[in-house]
Design a protein around this ligand. Structure first.
Ligand SMILES: [Zn+2]
Length: 517
């Protein structure tokens, strides 16, 4: 193949990729989960929500009551306020929006007033899928939430009901969350979702409901003495306490929706039953509504709660200190990277980005207990030890991107990666000196002797990215990018911003989009 043919091929591939993106954009799905209390959605559908959010779909959790009865020592407005804040935090941890309605806990009735509230919520979210409790449940608030949502099904499409909010054009698919009540009929798992890869993230969201997970549930359940004293050990305990056994029926559903190998490997699952009052989806429609099963058609350029667009703010240049103490960082928000495997650890990994006229700044904050880092030289295989990584693909017409790795000991690996149809190898920068050099620093945070986290801060000058196109970025320029972390405390655990397929950080076609403001 000569050069001309080669470039023609590359342009064709890039055109094809763009068409794929354009198609997937129109398919952003909108999911609403409606639970009785602030934590019910998380417990029953937190993993499923995290998977949707990670793909760029929009998920909302609604708690129909404000939770003001769910505590042995507190109550009323103060408790409602506390639980609303916990729900907001849990929502952040899953990448979903969380609404708490101001109805009293323990006193919910299937009234017309609440039905209209729910109809409006479903319409305002323009939901494709609505998930709720079954009306057979131990808690009256759960039962009536199930009834209220059933009562809203169909009515969401009727224009004369709640006419202040436009009706939906189509009745959504309504689903029930899993429970183990048997009468009058047991739960039937029509759909089962393997949530193993996000189980830790789900537990991290449950951990946000401190008043419930560590105070109220243990008290009413008579297991207060089991709650670990040390906050360090609590998520691990929660992960065991809230582990739901995969029943034979749910296993059969996993076998139906996943490949045999994948179904056999599933450790944790969430299952759903199709309600008869919504749209009745056939198998093909279920696969379209649950792209989290096959992880196809990733949304790349639609801003959502989960976020696959990241806006990068402009800054003046500043000194890289390693601990993110420069005041410039205060003007931008943390982005949560999602843990994608290994349930032995549950650490948060957060990221900030800024750009200046001369380069791009990255700041990672990695919760950690052990620093596994022995390599003491640049350009080594840093990814075999604790590390953070950033990938910048500045120009979608060329299969070439920049990769940067930094270890907790502040050793770096900057490389340019040509990736020709999956064949790739990093190339070290030539004339790596002067204005082409990165600036980088790290900091290990301790509480006494114990490591609590480490931070990595680095600056990549545009001069180093020569000759990639779209560099330096202007206001409005878009680059594709992805961000990762690897930790080796208990086996290999990895975190990512956008989900990459084929288990490779080099799946650049799945990268997200950063936009320079
Ligand atoms: Zn509840």
């Amino acid at each position: 193949m000569n050069m001309k043919q080669y470039f023609l091929l590359i342009s064709f591939i890039s055109l094809f990729i763009n068409i794929l993106y354009a198609q997937s954009n129109s398919k952003q799905l909108r999911i609403i989960v409606i639970g009785a209390h602030p934590d019910d959605c998380d417990v029953k559908a937190g993993g499923t929500a995290a998977l949707f959010a990670a793909m760029g779909h929009a998920v909302k959790f609604v708690s129909v009551t404000n939770g003001d009865a769910g505590h042995q020592l507190q109550g009323g407005g103060a408790l409602a306020k506390r639980r609303t804040a916990e729900a907001q935090e849990a929502g952040k941890r899953l990448g979903v929006v969380y609404d708490v309605l101001d109805n009293h806990d323990g006193e919910l009735l299937p009234s017309l007033e609440v039905r209209l509230q729910i109809i409006r919520k479903i319409r305002e979210w323009n939901a494709d899928v609505v998930i709720t409790h079954r009306p057979n449940d131990y808690h009256p608030d759960h039962r009536y939430t199930g009834i209220l949502v059933q009562d809203a099904a169909y009515m969401v499409a009727v224009p004369n009901i709640a006419p202040d909010v436009p009706p939906l054009k189509k009745n959504p698919v309504f689903l029930y969350m899993q429970d183990d009540f048997q009468r009058p009929n047991p739960f039937r798992p029509d759909i089962a979702i393997d949530i193993s890869e996000v189980y830790n993230q789900k537990i991290h969201a449950l951990d946000a409901h401190q008043s419930q997970m560590y105070e109220w549930n243990p008290w009413i359940g008579g297991y207060t003495d089991e709650v670990p004293q040390k906050t360090d050990n609590r998520e691990k305990w929660l992960a065991q306490k809230w582990a739901v056994k995969i029943t034979p029926e749910v296993k059969a559903a996993l076998d139906k929706w996943y490949s045999k190998e994948k179904a056999a490997k599933a450790e944790y699952a969430e299952a759903f039953e199709i309600c008869e009052y919504g749209t009745q989806p056939v198998a093909e429609e279920i696969r379209r509504l649950f792209p989290i099963i096959e992880k196809k058609a990733q949304i790349l350029s639609e801003p959502t709660a989960g976020g696959s667009i990241l806006k990068v703010k402009h800054t003046t240049n500043f000194d890289v200190t390693g601990d993110g103490s420069a005041a410039n960082w205060n003007n931008t928000e943390w982005l949560m990277l999602r843990q994608r495997n290994n349930t032995n650890v549950a650490y948060q990994t957060q990221l900030k980005l800024l750009y200046s006229d001369s380069g791009i700044y990255c700041l990672y904050r990695c919760e950690d207990r052990k620093i596994k880092a022995t390599l003491k030289e640049d350009f080594l295989d840093l990814y075999n030890e604790d590390v953070v990584e950033a990938f910048f693909w500045t120009d979608e017409t060329a299969p070439v991107y920049f990769e940067y790795e930094l270890s907790p000991l502040n050793y770096e690996l900057p490389i340019l990666v040509p990736n020709i149809k999956g064949n790739f190898l990093g190339w070290r920068p030539w004339h790596y000196e002067g204005s082409r050099r990165t600036k980088h620093a790290t900091h290990i945070d301790k509480n006494g002797e114990a490591v609590t986290s480490w931070t990595a801060e680095f600056f990549i000058p545009y001069a180093l990215l020569t000759p990639m196109a779209n560099v330096p970025p202007q206001k409005g320029t878009q680059w594709r990018a992805n961000f990762y972390r690897i930790d080796y405390d208990k086996g290999e655990a990895t975190w990512q911003w956008q989900i990459v397929q084929r288990e490779s950080f080099h799946d650049y076609q799945s990268f997200g989009t950063i936009v320079f403001e």
